[in-house]
Ligand binder design. Structure first.
Ligand code: ARG
Length: 513
């Protein structure tokens, strides 16, 4: 039965019902809807709408429902309820009878769905932070194993200067570091609870919305009821963070596809992340990487579609907003899968160090060194650049590397060139000269690896250690209670938990929810 039947004399057209219902996708909010409902039942108890016994009965039934949903989420799809909110309410009524009908007092599906979605975004955000972290850890591991693996560095897809495979890995560690911080930042911005905003104007019951927000693990309550029910910034922000990160993943995938090509032959991907051709037995295709590259488009698509949906929507809630979920779910699932797949690709990667070295030695990637050598001997850089250009053409015509030209041949370009030019032209010299911060010199790369390891280790080591309270802590805790509830983020568990610390007279009661 629909939640809003009283005003209607005709049943909904089945085609409209199918068009309108959101259960087939918002069933994913079941857990959040139940958790939000438990918190709401407590809020109703606090304003005397429910008795203690009624609230406890509802909470018990909701918790049982949550267990059943966690065991078998697909059961929801068998129902013809309009959406997940109707489904949960109906299940509750089936379990506790008329008492279940009291739960929606003072609440609207508008503040309910906004709350459910934020709770879902927070949980998903935490999973994504972990996935980003795992990929970075994997990249740093590959980097530390490949500090002396020389790799040609490219600009315009032309060999430019030699780098190392470690240095390449660390470039992506930086990108994913920014994604991580963007995601954490977005999450802190939507850490506010819309529940208690009613349909649009606020709830008519004198509920302590800050306490309600804290009970759901939010930092604070939202400040304006119209905004609360119509704000979907967090959906767009998460999708935009996902889009930038997918862009990074696609660049990394593209680099690896190129390195894996028969022409480069720099790396070999494991059998576990490649597929064969049905026709050509010799082929081993980098499908995982191509799919990462390919799936980037659908994430941008979801973001653009959401922005178009919200554009020019009048305040406050409009049904258009139901369109937020499918794109968000798909974009975040896709991003998560791609992060996982990228991590997997690095687990079994083989780097053909002989081949990458050969390639780095070809392509005149030490030409800049020769120019710098001439500059050191007093030739202005522009002139040195021209001289080396001539030397490169000569070497190309001869079919040899710069360092393979004899001293006499070198002197024909400039008579300042002496025997001491040859050590300058080696790969080792090219690498080691780049010794300023962020450069490819071995000392800098090993420093960068150490710093990245420290950052990654520091991320999940708790700043607040949890231990049993002692009687001597009472004063300090009382002080903290006065300044508001204390939240302890317990990464890497998926559900953010928080500590409610209450000091009653001189006895302590610390509950970790
Ligand atoms: N299924 C709806 C959504 O996802 C829930 C909110 C419905 N509110 C309403 N006033 N019809 O947006």
């Amino acid at each position: 039965m629909a939640l809003w039947g009283g005003r209607f004399t005709q049943a909904a057209d089945t085609r409209f019902k199918e068009f309108n219902d959101s259960l087939r996708f918002d069933y994913r909010l079941a857990e959040q809807d139940i958790i939000g409902s438990v918190a709401w039942s407590k809020a109703l108890r606090s304003v005397g709408v429910l008795t203690e016994a009624e609230q406890q009965k509802l909470e018990l039934a909701l918790n049982e429902l949550k267990l059943s949903v966690m065991e078998d989420p697909e059961q929801i799809l068998k129902s013809d309820a309009e959406d997940i909110h109707s489904w949960v309410e109906q299940q509750l009524i089936d379990r506790v009878g008329d008492l279940g009908k009291k739960l929606h007092t003072g609440r609207s599906r508008n503040d309910q769905v906004a709350t459910d979605l934020k709770l879902w975004c927070r949980q998903q955000g935490q999973q994504l932070l972990l996935a980003l972290d795992r990929l970075q850890v994997q990249l740093v591991t590959v980097a530390s194993e490949n500090q002396s693996t020389v790799l040609p560095g490219y600009t315009h897809l032309q060999r430019a200067q030699p780098v190392t495979f470690a240095h390449w890995c660390l470039a992506y560690v930086e990108m994913f570091e920014r994604d991580y911080s963007r995601l954490a930042d977005a999450m802190s911005r939507f850490d506010s609870c819309p529940l208690g905003s009613g349909a649009l104007a606020g709830t008519a019951y004198p509920i302590d919305r800050e306490a309600l927000a804290h009970s759901l693990g939010f930092q604070r309550a939202t400040r304006n009821s119209l905004d609360s029910v119509s704000d979907r910034d967090h959906v767009m922000e998460l999708m935009s963070v996902a889009s930038v990160s997918m862009l990074h993943l696609s660049r990394m995938a593209e680099d690896l596809i190129f390195y894996n090509s028969g022409e480069s032959n720099f790396i070999e991907l494991a059998d576990t992340v490649t597929s064969g051709s049905s026709l050509m037995p010799q082929k081993k295709n980098p499908d995982a990487l191509e799919l990462i590259r390919g799936k980037t488009g659908r994430v941008y698509g979801a973001m653009a579609s959401m922005m178009m949906t919200v554009k020019a929507l009048p305040l406050a809630y409009n049904k258009d907003m139901q369109e937020d979920k499918e794109g968000l779910f798909d974009a975040l699932d896709t991003w998560h899968d791609c992060l996982e797949m990228a991590t997997l690709c690095f687990e079994g990667i083989t780097i053909n160090a002989q081949r990458t070295l050969e390639a780095a030695m070809q392509g005149y990637s030490n030409a800049t060194e020769l120019a710098d050598y001439l500059v050191a001997k007093g030739i202005p850089f522009r002139e040195a650049h021209h001289i080396v250009g001539v030397a490169v053409v000569t070497a190309i015509n001869k079919g040899c590397a710069l360092e393979e030209l004899s001293l006499d041949e070198m002197k024909a370009f400039s008579d300042v060139i002496e025997d001491d030019v040859y050590p300058i032209l080696t790969i080792e010299s090219c690498l080691e000269k780049r010794c300023a911060l962020g450069g490819v010199a071995s000392e800098q790369v090993s420093y960068a690896i150490g710093e990245a390891e420290k950052r990654l280790e520091g991320r999940y080591s708790p700043q607040i250690k949890v231990r049993n309270a002692r009687l001597t802590d009472v004063d300090a805790i009382e002080g903290m209670v006065l300044t508001g509830p204390i939240r302890v983020k317990t990464y890497p568990v998926s559900v953010m938990s928080w500590c409610e610390i209450s000091a009653c007279s001189r006895s302590l009661n610390i509950k970790v929810k």
